[in-house]
Design a protein around this ligand. Structure first.
Ligand SMILES: [Zn+2]
Length: 656
């Protein structure tokens, strides 16, 4: 018996051990960072007479809660762009802001803020996945919490790794540095199957196996992810991940919303852990994970808040209650996920999901002292019943709130006592967090004013500053143009046919910017669609100059590939007006007097405006453009159009 032992006595101890022991007037003995005895207070008080004793009568001591999935630094982004669809939220806001602001310092401040909030809601351990994970881990260790920290790896550039190879190297160094730390379990976090390559998943699995650390990954969060996996890889998400050998390592899979029974069995077979994130799944309308089925076959399902940008808090009491209620609602069965099981998910099962149950998740001899003292002597938890021993879980899961957490201990050290945080300077943190908000607001304010910078933010754009000479006229007989092009002095270099479906976004401000989303269906000789291309073009305001029979436009054009849906662009750019133009385009590249031009023969069928011939050339030089202007008007008159037939407007102007 050591005099430095600490006894917490008199409380109801909810152990979450194998037998689900609850000691009504119990005590816990802590020596260093370990729990050395749990049992009835009477017995223990006699045995440990010289120990430092804290009277916890009237309180409840539970194992510290485990937040099974989050992105701690994202506290600094909470509430930034709410009530949007996942793709718009993630690609349009989160990622661009992350690219601009996420640094080591950002991650430290954000993580400290997250830790402070989590301690206040009784969390002692959490699973994190983010960038600059070394700084996340350092902040967690400084505060004194426990965490599974996963260095993110993605197939494209991230705030902390310009390439996939850099990301993998960063993950390796991270694991080497933190391996064996008393509070931090380092791991690798391939973000998700859809942001991974096969080789990347294989490399992550072998890295995790090499150091015997977990792999933390998002799996089947949305129905879209599953659809794409089925169409691109001819299989759902879990079998594809399995094929890359990921489940040979210890996996923590976040979300798992859209899994079939076979996939659930696979996770169980490989002892993977699942992090169920009900608030995030509801807020982003991703769906409801089939956790009842998972729990029925004995899968370890923990509960996670997910990042505070999609929740927006890190309150595990709220999350646990929601997990229980949602399962009942989703299955039409009030008996599923009873309070005791929900409590298990928030504690011991969560620890198992994180592959950390050997040291935390329950109040048992040999485990680290990660505990929470709840003060349930509050109005909203009155009265209490003694008849049914399990009613204590109802009290904790359905009624208790983060504000009922009085004291929190991690690894034998107090992090909060009497609701006072001991390892975090809350005032300083609040100031730093608000400073970030001011900067991010300013950044987004500027960006939101410009269609161009919004386009830049979603990437893949190239700029063309060009001079464009064009002449366009309505014609009644397109055959005249087709026949003329076959003869001297025309020489056809290339000919193609497209069906073009254009959607134009118009904006109130800045005026004259137009974003065109074009679907180009290339039509082959048999009138069949040969290939489809999507392109996004931002047309800047055109400076016009009229020449004899042609127009000189000088303007900036920004081209980008268009990998997203029209719906995505609509929700992201929020245009003031939309216009649609559908046309059949016959396009020739012709040489005329040694100069090359494009001739387009456009039949507009929606709106039904007839046929137009357009002669155009794009060039980088103003002088060259002016030289071509004369020739273009000559070509147009050969086609039978008079200068007064010339049309200046863009097709999108016809649609009013
Ligand atoms: Zn997540």
């Amino acid at each position: 018996m050591k005099s430095t032992d600490l006894i917490l006595t008199g409380a109801t101890i909810v152990t979450a051990n194998e037998e689900w022991d609850v000691f009504d007037t119990g005590a816990v003995v802590i020596r260093g960072d370990n729990i050395v005895k749990v049992g009835s207070a009477n017995e223990i008080n006699k045995q440990y007479k010289n120990a430092l004793t804290i009277d916890c009568s009237g309180k409840i001591i539970i194992p510290g809660l485990i937040n099974a999935h989050t992105h701690a630094p994202m506290t600094l982004l909470r509430g930034l762009a709410d009530d949007r669809r996942l793709d718009v939220w993630l690609l349009g806001y989160m990622m661009p802001v992350e690219r601009e602001f996420v640094t080591s310092e950002f991650c430290r401040v954000g993580t400290q803020l997250a830790c402070a909030e989590m301690i206040r809601s009784g969390v002692t351990c959490f699973a994190d996945m983010y960038y600059f994970e070394h700084d996340v881990a350092q902040a967690v260790a400084d505060v004194g919490m426990r965490a599974l920290c996963s260095q993110s790896v993605l197939k494209f550039p991230t705030p902390d790794a310009p390439s996939l190879e850099d990301g993998l190297l960063r993950a390796r160094k991270f694991i080497e540095y933190w391996h064996g730390h008393s509070l931090i379990l380092p791991s690798v976090g391939p973000h998700a199957p859809y942001t991974s390559t096969r080789e990347m998943l294989e490399a992550c699995a072998s890295l995790a196996l090499e150091y015997d650390v977990p792999v933390h990954i998002h799996i089947a969060e949305t129905a879209k992810e599953v659809e794409e996996s089925r169409s691109e890889r001819s299989m759902p998400v879990v079998p594809w991940v399995k094929k890359q050998g990921l489940f040979e390592a210890k996996v923590l899979a976040a979300h798992c919303v859209h899994l079939d029974s076979g996939e659930i069995s696979t996770l169980q077979h490989y002892h993977a852990g699942v992090a169920h994130c009900p608030t995030s799944n509801l807020k982003l309308a991703s769906g409801i994970a089939p956790i009842t089925e998972m729990l029925d076959i004995g899968l370890n399902v923990g509960i996670g808040t997910d990042g505070p940008a999609s929740n927006n808090d890190l309150d595990m009491f709220e999350e646990t209650r929601l997990a229980a209620l949602l399962a009942k609602g989703a299955t039409n069965d009030p008996t599923v996920v009873p309070a005791k099981q929900a409590f298990a998910m928030a504690t011991i099962m969560g620890a198992r999901a994180l592959h950390m149950s050997d040291i935390t998740g329950s109040i048992e001899v040999g485990k680290r002292a990660d505990l929470v003292v709840l003060d349930l002597d509050v109005l909203h938890n009155t009265p209490t019943f003694q008849r049914d021993q399990d009613s204590i879980y109802s009290q904790i899961v359905y009624v208790s709130k983060a504000s009922d957490v009085a004291d929190v201990m991690v690894n034998g050290e107090w992090l909060m006592q009497d609701r006072q945080l001991l390892t975090v300077d809350e005032d300083q943190l609040t100031m730093s967090a608000n400073d970030y908000a001011v900067k991010i607001d300013a950044f987004l304010n500027v960006r939101e004013q410009s269609v161009l910078s919004k386009l830049v933010a979603i990437g893949g754009m190239e700029r063309q500053e060009s001079f464009e000479i064009q002449a366009k006229a309505r014609i009644s007989d397109p055959q005249i143009v087709i026949d003329l092009l076959q003869q001297d002095p025309f020489n056809i270099v290339r000919h193609v046919r497209y069906n073009q479906y254009d959607t134009y976004f118009l904006f109130n401000e800045p005026e004259d910017y137009r974003l065109r989303i074009r679907e180009d269906d290339l039509i082959d000789a048999d009138s069949k669609v040969k290939s489809v291309r999507y392109r996004l073009t931002l047309l800047g305001p055109a400076k016009e100059k009229e020449f004899a029979g042609s127009i000189l436009l000088s303007r900036s054009r920004y081209l980008a590939s268009s990998p997203h849906t029209l719906r995505f662009y609509r929700e992201y750019f929020v245009p003031a007006e939309e216009r649609e133009v559908e046309k059949d385009r016959l396009r020739w590249l012709v040489s005329f007097c040694g100069v090359e031009f494009y001739v387009n023969l456009d039949r507009l069928h929606s709106p039904d405006f007839g046929t137009f011939v357009e002669v155009k050339s794009r060039t980088w030089s103003q002088r060259d453009a002016e030289d071509k202007a004369e020739l273009i008007s000559e070509v147009l008159s050969l086609f039978g159009a008079n200068p007064e037939d010339l049309i200046i407007e863009d097709y999108s102007d016809f649609v009013q």
